[in-house]
Design a protein around this ligand. Structure first.
Ligand code: GDP
Ligand code: MN
Length: 378
């Protein structure tokens, strides 16, 4: 789950990271009010869950409350990379002398969190990473030992931070690490962490990604989810406890079990097709859940065929079939449907489905080939 800049910075602040004074607004009038409370010179920032807002015109300085209102009006009516701006953050403008990049993420290959820092922070950090990766310092954190003082000093030295800022930097990096760890984050990033005109450090931007699988132990963070910014089908899927990821192919896949879902996608590709989604309905799915899965798959206009691959164990074939039939009544699909059903109560399920004019298959290879053919209109 992605958090907005204002949410990420609020979390960082709880761990002692200095952030600018400011508040979030959903109307231009509110933005004006906040700007006048802050004394006029502010930065107005579109809150959307994508990076590169600055380059896309979503971060603007204002010299007065009037100008803040004007900018907010403009930002609140624009889209950034396809996402409508519904909120703006109004922060006291920072006097920036230097921009540093500081982030912690999970390095899966190294199997531990890694700190990344660079003296070349700011909006071009992706380019820096691509073209001059030696300008990025990496320090790995042992998951049990945690962040050590010497590591903080190594990062500070690595980015050639002036000595007089090391104390402040140490507090910020420890705070960021604690925020990362205590939130079960997969990313906690400050870009830029700035050196201000009066010689202090300030986190001007913030970004956090939280591990979805850990949200059940963070109800406060789960509440921060902004479903307006997410793919509506993925929001719907979560409501029914379905693991769903939208892809850009043409064959909808409904499968029980994550491993089987991946296998199904691979086999579809093997026979020249392209999956429209990953979908795991889970074990013991109810008819209602299957119906929801079906609705979600069919709401995708790119769908040319649906492949249903169910291995009945805990999940019962007849219940799955009932769910499919129930959903078909609701959504009245016009695309061919191919079913492979094996295991518990498969026979009963297959009988129900044959009545509904579905193409049945015995093996996964057979089902995938039929689905690819159907999608190609053969
Ligand atoms: P991003 O483009 O989505 O990463 O948004 P940021 O919040 O990082 O802002 C982009 C850039 O705008 C920063 O790298 C700064 O150069 C600039 N910027 C942001 N806030 C301020 C501010 O308060 N004062 C000044 N002078 N520049 C700012
Ligand atoms: Mn940024």
């Amino acid at each position: 789950m992605k958090l907005h800049e204002y949410q990420s910075k609020q979390i960082f602040a709880r761990y002692g990271v200095p952030i600018p004074n400011g508040r979030v607004a959903s109307t231009a009038a509110e933005a004006r009010q906040i700007a006048s409370e802050l004394g006029g010179r502010v930065v107005v920032k579109a809150q959307v869950l994508v990076g590169g807002r600055g380059k896309a015109g979503g971060v603007k300085l204002a010299q007065s409350p009037d100008e803040a209102e004007e900018i907010a009006t403009r930002l609140l009516s624009m889209e950034i990379k396809g996402l409508p701006v519904r909120k703006v953050l109004v922060d006291e403008a920072a006097d920036i002398r230097k921009e540093i990049y500081l982030g912690i993420t999970n390095d899966r290959a190294a199997r531990r969190p890694v700190i990344m820092a660079s003296a070349a922070g700011g909006v071009d950090i992706e380019e820096v990473a691509r073209e001059t990766p030696e300008k990025i310092v990496k320090v790995y954190i042992h998951p049990l030992l945690g962040l050590q003082d010497y590591q903080i000093r190594n990062v500070a030295a690595g980015i050639e931070l002036p000595k007089e800022l090391w104390r402040e930097f140490g507090k910020i990096l420890s705070g960021l690490w604690q925020a990362y760890q205590n939130s079960d984050a997969t990313l906690a990033e400050i870009n830029p962490l700035v050196v201000t005109g009066d010689g202090h450090l300030l986190a001007v931007d913030g970004k956090m990604l939280i591990d979805d699988n850990a949200l059940m132990r963070h109800p406060d963070l789960a509440e921060m989810r902004d479903t307006d910014e997410e793919d509506p089908t993925e929001v719907e899927a979560r409501k029914y406890g379905l693991s769903f990821i939208k892809l850009d192919g043409s064959i909808g896949c409904m499968v029980n079990g994550a491993g089987l879902a991946m296998t199904t996608m691979d086999i579809v590709k093997l026979f020249g097709g392209s999956p429209a989604n990953f979908l795991d309905i889970g074990g013991g799915a109810s008819a209602e859940k299957v119906a929801a899965a079906f609705r979600i798959i069919l709401s995708d206009p790119n769908i040319k065929a649906v492949l249903i691959n169910i291995f009945g164990g805990i999940t019962r074939g007849d219940l799955v079939a009932q769910g499919i039939l129930q959903a078909m009544e609701e959504v009245k699909p016009e695309v061919p449907m191919i079913v492979r059903l094996v295991g518990t109560n498969a026979e009963e399920g297959r009988k129900l489905l044959e009545k509904a004019n579905m193409i049945t298959a015995e093996t996964l290879a057979d089902a995938a080939q039929k689905a690819v053919k159907a999608a190609q209109g053969a």
